[in-house]
Design a protein around this ligand. Sequence first.
Ligand code: C2E
Ligand code: MG
Ligand code: MG
Ligand code: MG
Length: 294
Amino acid sequence: HVKAHGKHDVQLFSPDLDAHRRARQGLECALRGALDRNEVSLRYQPLCDLAGKVVGAEALMRWKHLELGEVSPERFIPVAEDLGLIVPFGEWVLREACRQAAEWRLQGLTLRIAVNVSPAQLACADFPDQVWAALARAQLPAEALELEITERLVVQDGAQTAGVLETLGRQGVRIVIDDFGVGHSALAYLLRLPITGLKIDRSFVQQLQGRGNSEQGTERVVQAVTSLAHSLGLSVVAEGIETVSQRQRVHDLGCDYLQGYLLAPPLTPSDFESWWRAHEVQRQREQNAGQSAH
Ligand code: C2E
Ligand code: MG
Ligand code: MG
Ligand code: MG
């Protein structure tokens, strides 16, 4: 419907775009005050080894706004990145996750805490200082912290990021490539940077069932990535395990650690503690049953 409403009425052609823009502005505005209003919290999703032992937890950000309700990180993190808010948000996540991990340690729940890091954070020259401060404040050893960074980042921005990663690696912090396999395939950085592990993207894991050609292709990819990683001394996490058969496949294909809804979804700190205790009891029971069977 092309009507003559004056030359500035461009949005008349696409009312959706206008609604979209307004929603985005609302989101931006709400997001700016989110930290100050204590609307941001963390959930923790366990990572287990092949024997089922809990070895780590990934901290995942949640944002609940009074009017907007729960906003998914898939939606608000890109906005926070655009607005430069991810730097203060990320620093808060780092501090809170380290604090929580230290508290769990005192309770005898020792694990590695994984924190997602955005490109903009690694572009800050003082990022290693932020990490160091968070560790020192919580009195947590550097080895207890794992930073998850994306492939996109390491491939894009060479020198600056490499320098920051170098410093972090020297400090003893573990660095993992998240969502491995969906981005660029410039593998040289695996040798060049102090990477300690890979997380194979969920999209691969979810193609592991069935016997079709594409599933067989995916199996080969996962197997190849795993053996490449192992030959470089890197550990491999399979993320997004939802079914018993997926767990069996990644187990057979040689992945070291598992994460996914099959084990547990991201949990509040207190739910995580109860889940952990119940999981450990169950595991001990199975272990004892296995021993007495022999
Ligand atoms: P990610 O780091 O790859 O985290 C894994 C995502 O997959 C999480 O989504 C998790 O809830 C979800 N997930 C875990 N297991 C399963 C499963 O078995 N099936 C399915 N379908 N999904 C599963 P979430 O929490 O919505 O986070 C989405 C993304 O947002 C994260 O992807 C990460 O890239 C980003 N993110 C979350 N928290 C932070 C943060 O504190 N800082 C930064 N920079 N990014 C974050
Ligand atoms: Mg992650
Ligand atoms: Mg991931
Ligand atoms: Mg992913």
